[in-house]
Design a protein around this ligand. Structure first.
Ligand SMILES: [Fe+2]
Length: 310
């Protein structure tokens, strides 16, 4: 059973820019570089959770999901194979790079790579925020944060992520007529107390990585990030607002690599025993206005699919 979003990796020609962006703006801590020169960032005592690999174009590389232990990893790998998923076993070199004790990986129907691992390295009392902060990031049992992917077919994606991988639906946001006529069709899934560790948004003909959400413990650290945006020449993609479903007060900002970062405070924790999925017709109580530039561009690291892959 997947229990947390453990880490993520992207590739980018602007990987080096994350040294300043990741620390002085986001407040993460620089970790030692990866073997390929990847810039790596820690947001808690886990030695690193975000890797930006040098690459010729902005690209999603992998999402790392944590399972409890070795037994669970083996059981999950067998389960995936029984459902027809091709499972690759990480070699010693990959385990060293990801700093985990065991790892398997596979791809979703559109080639998004997911890694399952256990035993990720952590150093107690090692985290120091990269800028002045009142507190730290909300991680622990809720993992790194959440990731949102664009997928071309939400029903097919839901089948894979729920029926095969075991993500549990938290709720949906649909705007428009529903089904193929919806202008917004997003599903949110939990694997622990965090309202969602994963969301899938339908974007016909495309696949990609929309945003990574990082949650801070204190509203002041969200406010200070907004104050610092001008100094870092980073644009707001969606203005400060509060979501209807996870109650997160957040701002969406650009990054050096096309990926959007949602920086939030005050997210809801769910209790799986009593949780009932709802359908909301709007994503936010207030705010989250998309900038003109954001409305004109593809959201995040998104690529058109080749015709045969649609
Ligand atoms: Fe989000």
């Amino acid at each position: 059973m997947i229990q947390e979003l453990s880490y993520i990796g992207i590739g980018s020609p602007h990987a080096e820019d994350w040294r300043r962006y990741g620390t002085e703006l986001l407040g993460a801590m620089l970790a030692p570089d990866g073997p390929d020169g990847a810039v790596r960032l820690a947001v808690d005592d886990v030695d690193y959770r975000i890797a930006v690999h040098p690459a010729s174009e902005d690209e999603f590389r992998y999402a790392g999901w944590g399972v409890a232990n070795e037994t669970d990893l083996h059981a999950f790998a067998s389960h995936l194979e029984s459902r027809g998923v091709t499972v690759h076993h990480g070699d010693a070199e990959l385990l060293r790079e990801r700093q985990v004790a065991g790892l398997v990986w596979f791809e979703d129907p559109w080639g998004l790579r997911h890694e399952l691992s256990w035993g990720k390295a952590a150093t107690p009392l090692s985290f120091r925020a990269g800028r002045t902060m009142r507190g730290g990031f909300v991680t622990g049992e809720q993992g790194l944060g959440h990731v949102v992917f664009q997928v071309p077919d939400i029903a097919r994606a839901d089948h894979f992520y729920v029926d095969v991988l075991g993500f549990r639906l938290s709720d949906r946001v649909t705007v428009g007529a529903g089904g193929a006529d919806s202008t917004v069709d997003v599903r949110f899934y939990h694997v622990n107390g965090r309202h969602h560790s994963l969301a899938l948004a339908e974007l016909p003909g495309h696949v990609g990585f929309n945003h990574l959400m990082l949650e801070v413990e204190h509203m002041d650290d969200l406010g200070r990030l907004i104050d610092l945006l001008d100094e870092h020449d980073v644009e707001i993609v969606q203005s400060l607002g509060r979501h209807t479903n996870d109650l997160m007060t957040s701002v969406y900002i650009g990054s050096p690599s096309g990926l959007q970062i949602e920086y939030g405070f005050g997210g809801l924790a769910v209790d799986d025993l009593s949780w009932v999925a709802r359908t909301y017709t709007r994503p936010s109580y207030w705010g989250h206005k998309r900038s003109a530039a954001a409305q004109a561009a593809l959201p995040g690291i998104v690529k058109p699919l080749a015709a045969e892959a649609r």
